[in-house]
Design a protein around this ligand. Structure first.
Ligand code: HEM
Length: 481
């Protein structure tokens, strides 16, 4: 016999609560949001018997604040998380305690280097100008349907390669080349999502037999490991030859930091894990965020008009200047656009579910008891749709809710607006992401009108990042100011 005090769903014999999850898998995020709403924001999920798939599920901001900040040391990612996210190795996303602290401190200082910031801004501007705009022009001239999600994924893949590895794979080009490594990254995300749903014994067995999703995972890991290790070998050779950093990219900087008095502190595995984690952390969330943002703007003409009005007001509409890519200092002035991006990330958080594991017994602010080793799942997607946090109009796309009476941005605490995580493990790329997203959004909206193809389905994909399952198919027309 087993019992739980606050069940989220009916606990069936043998199968536990799994049947309802499986039968609602196609709209799992909305389903869980409704269940959590009915249960006051927190409850327990019990998987099939003997599988140990038991979770405490919460969307309560006070619980988030408690776990992510106040009792930070009692809640870790844990060994099971590392097993599921095996492809991440011992990188920043999966690491705990001292290992995490070491990587975080090191990478934090690298992100703050002025030479790194300048390099990212300059290369991103060039990418938008020389690769993104020609593709949009081409689609407009030929009347082609464009998958915007694919475009953003390629844009971010190239930019993340430049930022992390100092190399441009040029996947964003008119020919839309098939990039095997990019596909491999996507497949890993899907397999990790699958590992969250099926019992450990099942996916372990599949891994052993090398069938189904696990076969896909092994193949994908092989593809990007080969790619990453060859990049590391090339960089190491360059470093040995010049005896100094060969660029402002993160891999070069981490290698240099690892060289102490001629002794190599960071081995290839450490570098592979660091690079892989930065890669996934940097590429996927911006792709997802931009895709949902453009869908929301395209389906809310009033919001689109206000964004354009702000762009015009701040920068004027001199025809020759339209293709100018706004820089960091310019985009900071776009308050309404900032609100629209926050609003889009509230309704469609790029990372819709987060996970932690308790070390010791605890009682959450909601009154729920936590035993040692309890796995806690945070439903960020549900948090963005709770009336208690956002008011009665919580399901509306309303950038105005982020703008104060004086016209500035309203700051919402991260334990309520949880899309960038909260506490000491807050996203390290938050500021950079806003700059990049605003650069892309202002450039595209200034130059083109985006129309979503009629009846195009916009269901979320089953992945750890909230992509659109069928991409975002759009038609493009040039905007006349
Ligand atoms: C819209 C864009 C982004 C969103 C919504 C976002 C969101 C998040 C979230 C929710 C986490 C916590 C993940 C977890 O603990 O499992 C996270 C962590 C992280 N993010 Fe981002 N992210 C974005 C862009 C970026 C970018 C561009 C970078 C830079 C390369 C970045 C670097 C990181 C890193 C290094 C972590 C790990 C922090 C730690 O555990 O200490 N992120 N991000």
């Amino acid at each position: 016999r087993r019992s739980c005090r606050t069940p989220l769903l009916i606990d069936w014999p043998i199968l536990g609560m799994l049947p309802q999850v499986l039968s609602n898998l196609c709209h799992i995020h909305d389903f869980v949001t409704n269940v959590l709403r009915q249960k006051g924001g927190t409850g327990e999920f019990m998987g099939p018997w003997f599988t140990k798939v038991n979770y405490m599920v919460t969307s309560d901001p006070m619980n988030v604040h408690h776990i992510m900040s106040k009792s930070f040391d009692n809640y870790v990612k844990g060994p099971e998380f590392r097993e599921i996210f095996q492809a991440f190795g011992d990188g920043i996303v999966t690491a705990d305690s001292e290992t995490w602290r070491y990587i975080r401190t090191m990478q934090h200082s690298l992100f703050r280097q002025p030479s790194f910031e300048t390099m990212v801004e300059k290369t991103f501007q060039e990418k938008v100008q020389n690769s993104l705009l020609p593709i949009l022009d081409h689609a407009w001239l030929h009347g082609n349907v464009l998958d915007l999600q694919d475009v953003f994924s390629r844009l971010m893949f190239d930019e993340t390669c430049i930022m992390v590895l100092g190399y441009d794979p040029k996947s964003l080009s008119i020919e839309f080349p098939l990039v095997e490594i990019e596909k491999a990254f996507d497949e890993v995300g899907e397999c990790i999502f699958y590992r969250h749903i099926v019992p450990r014994s099942v996916w372990k067995f599949q891994e052993w037999l090398q069938i189904g999703e696990e076969k896909k995972m092994t193949k994908a890991c092989k593809v990007f490991d080969q790619f990453l290790y060859s990049c590391i070998a090339t960089k190491r050779q360059e470093l040995n030859e010049c005896n100094k950093s060969s660029g402002d990219d993160l891999l070069s900087a981490i290698m240099m930091m690892g060289e102490e008095k001629g002794k190599m502190v960071h081995d290839d595995k450490f570098l592979r894990d660091a690079v892989f984690n930065l890669f996934v952390a940097g590429r996927d969330p911006i792709t997802s965020a931009l895709t949902w943002f453009f869908w929301l703007v395209a389906t809310h003409p009033l919001v689109e008009a206000k964004i354009l009005e702000e762009i015009k007001k701040v920068f004027g509409a001199i025809d020759g200047e339209k293709r100018k890519i706004l820089v960091k200092e310019d985009v900071r002035k776009l308050v309404y656009l900032h609100g629209a991006i926050c609003e889009s990330l509230r309704l469609y958080p790029a990372v819709p579910i987060e996970r932690k594991q308790s070390l010791k017994c605890d009682t959450l602010p909601s009154g729920h008891r936590v035993n040692p080793n309890t796995i806690i799942l945070f439903f960020t997607y549900a948090m963005g749709r709770f009336e208690e946090i956002w008011g009665k109009d919580c399901l509306e796309f309303k950038p105005e809710r982020w703008i104060s009476e004086k016209g500035g941005t309203i700051r919402v605490p991260s334990y309520k607006f949880f899309s960038f995580n909260a506490g000491p493990r807050t996203c390290m790329g938050k500021d950079l992401s806003f700059i990049q997203m605003k650069m892309v959004a202002s450039t595209i909206l200034r130059n083109y009108h985006i129309q979503v193809v009629e009846n195009h389905p916009t269901t979320p994909a089953h992945s750890t990042v909230l992509f659109m399952k069928h991409g975002l198919k759009v038609m493009i027309t040039k905007r006349e100011f």
